[in-house]
Unconditional design. Structure first.
Length: 386
């Protein structure tokens, strides 16, 4: 258990509840080794077996859990602990009376658009309704979760920066070792070996993290590595991030094998300019879709097709960390692009164009600070060579 981190996030949770329209926030889960509850690592830090409720109010918090799980919560020493044997209901009502005695509205983890705020299963929702629904209105905790997960604590910030630095370090080591005979799969294997040696996880599915595209014949997307090598005067594109101490990075880097064709250099400059256009708009207080529009228009004004994804997303425990999205107002993104960017959030900025030399894709990471943004790691401003 990571008590320092959990204590930081629970303190943030009090503030998030106090600033919301809800009187308290309940995270309700069970058998979390099988059914993941995305909020649990922030406010409890260990898996549970029996139905468990973490109740957070503006000032206090409590956890209701099975007696055999209770010793872990007592050692954590962050919440008041309410163990039970036969039924969670009496203990939950006692905890609610203690944490939020006059509560009418209870925020719970469902959300139409944000997957990381949507961890409450339908069956547990019905159980919660039966337990407290007669006296409390259950509403979405989307805004509470967005603040708790999005605004990074000091510990989280340090870990994300470290993960990004490690990602760059591994890429540099790979380039130093790279051989022209290496296939996409061999590049991935080399990086996976180094990750395993250092007990590092992948920021997304291990099977295609890193995602590697060698030259113009490589199929672009979230693809598995193949047997292509990098042709002379073409690109190696890598989308990569490690997960270190529970936190992730997500960057894309570009390398040329041989000389840089004029058209490739021009494409790189257009991609870089579009990312810079989005970056120029990105600051606390803007809506996510405004940032996407600035980058999207810069790219299409340069004569390229618009990219078919959001310009940026938040990064934290996951590469795609929910909350406000720097994306277009498309149905598939719901209300996420209408969210407001806030100080303390960490975002990617990413886009690319497909060329005869390969996919010219870039992705950078920035933290939102009081006077704009801060690079998490230095951006790639020039094509690198193999």
């Amino acid at each position: 258990m990571d008590r320092t981190l959990i204590a930081e996030k629970v303190e943030q949770s009090h503030d998030a509840v106090a600033g919301s329209d809800a009187d308290c926030w309940i995270t309700f889960c069970r058998e979390t080794d099988e059914v993941n509850e995305p909020c649990l690592p922030y406010i409890l830090g260990f898996d549970v077996v029996w139905p468990t409720a973490i109740v957070v109010g503006p000032d206090d918090s409590a956890v209701v859990l099975g007696r055999h799980d209770a010793p872990n919560a007592e050692r954590l020493d962050v919440h008041d602990v309410y163990p039970y044997d036969e039924s969670f209901v009496p203990s939950l009502r006692d905890a609610l009376d203690s944490v939020a005695p006059d509560a009418d509205t209870v925020a719970v983890n469902f959300d139409r658009d944000d997957n990381v705020a949507d961890g409450l299963t339908h069956g547990l929702y019905l159980q919660l309704q039966d337990a407290i629904g007669d006296d409390h209105e259950l509403v979405s905790a989307g805004n509470v979760v967005g603040e708790v997960r999005g605004l990074k604590s000091a510990t989280e910030r340090d870990r994300i920066y470290t993960a990004a630095e490690t990602t760059e370090e591994l890429l540099a080591a790979m380039v130093d070792t790279w051989d022209p005979s290496w296939t996409e799969a061999e590049i991935v294997d080399w990086l996976h070996t180094r990750m395993t040696e250092r007990d590092l996880g992948s920021a997304w599915s291990w099977e295609y993290c890193p995602t590697v595209h060698a030259g113009g014949e490589s199929e672009v997307g979230h693809t598995l590595p193949g047997d292509l090598t990098v042709p002379e005067n073409e690109l190696l594109h890598i989308d990569f991030g490690v997960r270190e101490n529970g936190y992730s990075a997500d960057i894309q880097r570009l390398y040329v094998c041989g000389d840089v064709p004029e058209g490739l250099q021009s494409a790189f400059e257009d991609v870089r300019a579009a990312i810079d256009a989005g970056h120029d708009v990105l600051e606390a207080g803007v809506a996510g879709h405004e940032v996407d529009t600035a980058a999207r228009e810069a790219l299409t004004d340069a004569g390229w097709p618009a990219f078919e994804h959001a310009f940026g997303h938040q990064v934290g425990r996951a590469a795609h960390d929910g909350g406000t999205l720097l994306g277009p107002l498309w149905d598939r993104y719901g209300d996420a692009p209408n969210g407001e960017v806030r100080v303390g959030e960490i975002y990617t900025m990413e886009l690319g164009v497909d060329t005869e030399w390969g996919y010219v894709g870039q992705e950078e990471m920035v933290e939102i600070v009081e006077d704009g943004t801060e690079w998490v790691v230095a951006p790639q401003t020039e094509l690198r060579t193999l």
